[in-house]
Design a protein around this ligand. Structure first.
Ligand code: PMP
Length: 387
């Protein structure tokens, strides 16, 4: 029989799946997977439930229901002073993942180069390669996650079509500073390239505000900005994403959406429209809640001997396994703590193409306080007994 697509077939079972399976098998406290253990606001869920019963439940408009597109445009204005037309410059998708796939399919021509900054969210490379793009990787590394500007400049060429930027960045927990964004913006202009900006953690930035690359001079029409209701409202199973981009970009991106999913469930769209118009108490509350959890797990991990890398945003924190006397690599460490301490985490090497960053593990902290405390306690007991 003829083979299936070679690029996608080449990806095996991910380490995320392996760790999750192991966590279930051993009944471990799961700080591996990145989702909250409580659901987002009831008022949003109630609207979705009522809209499901009341209908209509037929195909909504391809770009998304007007109420949600208007809410996305208003949210862009309210938080970032961005002016975008909800009718021609906003589209709703089935999750940020679909928005990313649409953007890459819509913008990349085979042979185009795409610049990325490791550590990478897992779907980026397969999607870029499947679209015919050639990935050009630069990296930030723990513990300081500083941009290597020379390496970045080297990665750009006349063939660069776009930069795929995740800010705030999972799992580096890095929130890009204005001067770093300006450096990126200058490169995009110099090389006449676009940026696809995965900003799903836009409301989870702790010590400095999140700045969309799109807000910098000259960037409005070069950037695609992607958000996710899953992250902003702690409703990850809903898979509702939103894309903001100038018509020259959104035109092609919306074709990908049209041919892949076409629409997104209308009741969820109606509910997310309400969510985006909630007042600042909600958004400030989300940031404050996650910041308190960041502080809680950071001090807990430090107390039992871990050195942690700075965590400026997202709901992930990285810890150096060498600081607790472990030098057999991150995968072995995650297996050990899952089976022996009863706590699951994710190895950092999973986020680098060559799997060569082996001394850190990622803990997810969007969990109940008692779950975080239990995980730290179990890890502490394990480390103590290990001697
Ligand atoms: N981008 C990043 C960086 C993420 O961490 C995630 C979720 N883990 C996504 C995109 C996917 O978002 P969604 O669930 O809305 O598809």
């Amino acid at each position: 029989m003829k083979a299936a697509n070679s690029i996608l077939s080449s990806y095996g079972v991910t380490v995320f799946e392996l760790m999750s399976r192991l966590a279930i098998e051993h009944g471990a406290v799961n700080l591996g997977q990145g989702f909250p253990d409580t659901d987002g606001p009831e008022e949003i869920r109630r609207i979705a439930a009522e809209a499901l019963i009341d209908g209509p439940n037929q195909y909504p408009p391809m770009l998304g229901i007007p109420a949600l597109r208007q809410a996305v445009a208003a949210h862009n204005k309210r938080f970032y002073d961005l002016d975008f037309d909800w009718q021609t410059e906003v589209m709703i998708t089935s999750g940020a993942t679909e928005a990313l796939a649409d953007s890459l399919m819509g913008l990349i021509e085979p042979g185009d180069e795409v610049v990325l900054i490791e550590p990478l969210y897992d779907c980026y490379l397969p999607m870029i390669r499947r679209a015919g793009g050639v990935p050009k990787l630069v990296r930030v590394t723990p513990p300081d996650w500083e941009l290597d500007r020379d390496a970045l400049r080297e990665a750009f060429s006349d063939k660069t079509k776009l930069l795929l930027l995740n800010n705030p960045q999972n799992p580096a927990a890095k929130v890009y500073r204005k001067d770093e964004l300006q450096f990126l913006a200058d490169l995009l202009i110099e090389f006449d390239a676009y940026a696809v900006c995965d900003e799903v953690y836009e409301h989870i930035a702790f010590d400095q505000p999140h700045i969309p690359l799109m807000t910098l001079p000259g960037m409005r029409d070069r950037c695609v900005r992607i958000g996710s209701a899953g992250k902003s409202f702690s409703l990850t199973g809903w898979k509702v994403g939103y894309v903001t981009a100038a018509p020259n970009l959104l035109g092609a991106i919306s074709k990908a959406h049209q041919f892949v999913t076409f629409t997104t469930p209308p009741n969820l769209q109606k509910a997310v429209a309400h969510g985006l118009t909630m007042d600042d108490t909600y958004f400030d509350g989300l940031t404050a809640e996650m910041k308190a959890k960041r502080d809680r797990i950071e001090s807990g991990l430090k107390h039992i001997g871990f050195e942690t890398a700075p965590c400026q945003g997202t709901y992930f924190i990285s810890a150096d396994i060498r600081s607790v006397g472990f030098d057999e690599g991150d995968i072995a460490f995650c297996e050990t703590i899952t089976t022996k301490a009863g706590v699951a985490a994710v190895p950092m090497s999973a986020f680098y193409r060559n799997a060569d960053e082996k001394n850190y593990v990622r803990f997810c902290f969007c969990k109940k306080d008692e779950v975080l405390d239990l995980a730290v306690e179990k890890l502490g007991i394990f480390l103590e007994n290990r001697g």
